[in-house]
Design a protein around this ligand. Structure first.
Ligand SMILES: [Zn+2]
Length: 99
């Protein structure tokens, strides 16, 4: 993990502003969904990816094996044979393809 050297203080309600430069670098706009993880004593803030895992489209998304897939890719997945569906599932979940 790389330190940015930036220190911010929470306000009276515990809110914290993500510095503008970091928001810009990560493409975080106003009202963007942010997910918060905890790992030991570390708080991890992640930009939620609201795009299809296959084609980066951001509309008509639906969950498929825990990942967001657009309606066009979802239709393509349904038309593929079972073996390809397993490969698509594994790729979508970053599981190495087994031979
Ligand atoms: Zn797609």
């Amino acid at each position: 993990m790389k330190s940015t050297g930036i220190v911010r203080r929470t306000d009276n309600l515990g809110r914290l502003v993500i510095p503008k430069e970091i928001r810009k670098n990560f493409g975080i706009d106003a009202h963007h969904d942010i997910e918060i993880y905890v790992e030991g004593q570390t708080i991890i803030v992640c930009k939620v990816q609201n795009k299809c895992v296959f084609c980066d489209v951001d509309e008509g998304l639906q969950a498929f094996s825990g990942k967001l897939v657009c309606s066009a890719c979802s239709a393509n997945i349904r038309q593929t044979p079972d073996i390809l569906q397993r490969i698509v599932h594994d790729v979508g979940n970053n599981i190495p393809i087994q031979k």
